[in-house]
Ligand binder design. Structure first.
Ligand SMILES: *Cc1c(COP(=O)(O)O)cnc(C)c1O
Length: 356
């Protein structure tokens, strides 16, 4: 494992005083991690330096052909003062699967974990403490060759930045309204849907704007070929409870394999519930909503952890689920996952990693 050189800031910034106004992704801590890659040295000379702008040539490949990978995870401060990461090994493994798909060289797992732990430790006084708050961690890689030809870059930067973030739900869990998109698509099998990369997000913006205009907060995507099978929400995976069974779309190559998704599946099985990972058609969903078999629906992702869905709309069908309220499985998953993340609930799965 490579040693990280640390240069601490001489001008620490003012930390936010009102944790209820943090929001998401607007404030950055005092430091960042940066490690370059080139063909001769591989990933080398990792550093933690004061948070600062980076200089790139306008011809840097990332600006033109989108060769970039990103991740998202959180650090939490437990009541006893311990600093905890949630399943960082899963994010690291996924980052390298994204890297493979995007022709970016893999990052050694031990260097990646050491980077996360060391950076969070250096800026641990930035971790907010109020319920629901956390320190959001954004690792990413960009292609930096100054070149306009189309090929994988020979040079990269791996950077990690940190952002204290507020409670996703200011006043407890709040059911969201979701728009099932039948025109635009996000990803197709064989494409880059299962990689965490900016290209998937830019592809989703037009539908997101359309959904917002209609009064819906997020888009639920259908498969890119037949526009018939449920895939996932913008930045969340999706779960349904139909006739007592927990059902979620099977990972098929165009769905992002969420860490929160995997944790929901593990917990539901642990609680003795039947969990099915399979194809779910939108017709099955509409039918289940009409007959009352659709008992619950929720999204899962690092940002909100669990997001209960109160309303789904597909074409002219508006489906209200569980009276538009929060279902018991959603609530139990939210309480358990956030409880483990913050050290309040016994971590019997060994999911948390302590930062010293
Ligand atoms: C990150 C992401 C998710 C959720 O993954 P988590 O690991 O649970 O945060 C779901 N869908 C997309 C498209 C994503 O980018």
């Amino acid at each position: 494992m490579q040693e990280i050189q640390i240069e601490r800031t001489k001008n620490p910034k003012q930390k936010p005083t009102d944790q209820s106004k943090l929001g998401f992704g607007k404030i950055f801590t005092d430091h960042m991690y940066i490690m370059p890659y080139n063909k001769e040295q591989g990933w080398h000379d990792p550093k933690i330096v004061p948070y600062q702008p980076i200089t790139l040539e306008p011809s840097a490949m990332v600006f033109h052909y989108g060769q970039e990978m990103f991740e998202g995870l959180k650090a939490y401060k437990a009541a006893d003062g311990r600093v905890l990461l949630f399943r960082p090994d899963k994010n690291i493994a996924r980052a390298n699967r994204s890297n493979d798909r995007l022709c970016i060289p893999e990052i050694p797992e031990d260097d990646f974990l050491n980077a996360l732990k060391t950076l969070v430790s250096v800026d641990k006084d930035w971790i907010p403490t109020q319920p629901g708050t956390s320190l959001y961690i954004r690792p990413f890689v960009i292609a930096t060759d100054p070149f306009l030809g189309v090929r994988p870059s020979d040079t990269y930067l791996f950077i990690i930045i940190l952002s204290p973030s507020g409670a996703y739900y200011e006043s407890g869990l709040d059911p969201v309204k979701i728009w099932i998109e039948d025109d635009y698509v996000r990803a197709v099998r064989g494409g880059i849907g299962e990689a965490k990369t900016g290209g998937n997000y830019v592809a989703s913006l037009a539908a997101q704007m359309k959904a917002h205009d209609e009064g819906y907060s997020q888009v639920l995507w259908l498969d890119g070929v037949e526009r018939k099978y449920i895939e996932e929400v913008g930045a969340m995976n999706i779960f349904f409870k139909i006739n007592g069974k927990v059902v979620t779309p099977k990972l098929n190559g165009s769905i992002l394999p969420g860490v929160t998704r995997a944790s929901c599946i593990d917990l539901c099985k642990h609680w003795g519930m039947e969990v099915e990972e399979r194809r779910i058609s939108v017709d099955e969903l509409v039918e289940a909503a009409r007959t009352g078999a659709l008992e619950e629906c929720w999204g899962s992702g690092t940002a909100a952890v669990i997001s209960p869905v109160g309303t789904l709309r597909y074409e002219n069908e508006v489906m209200e689920i569980g009276g538009g309220g929060i279902g018991p499985v959603s609530q139990k998953l939210y309480d358990t996952v956030t409880g483990i993340q913050t050290g309040k609930v016994n971590d019997e799965f060994g999911w948390t990693v302590e930062v010293q």
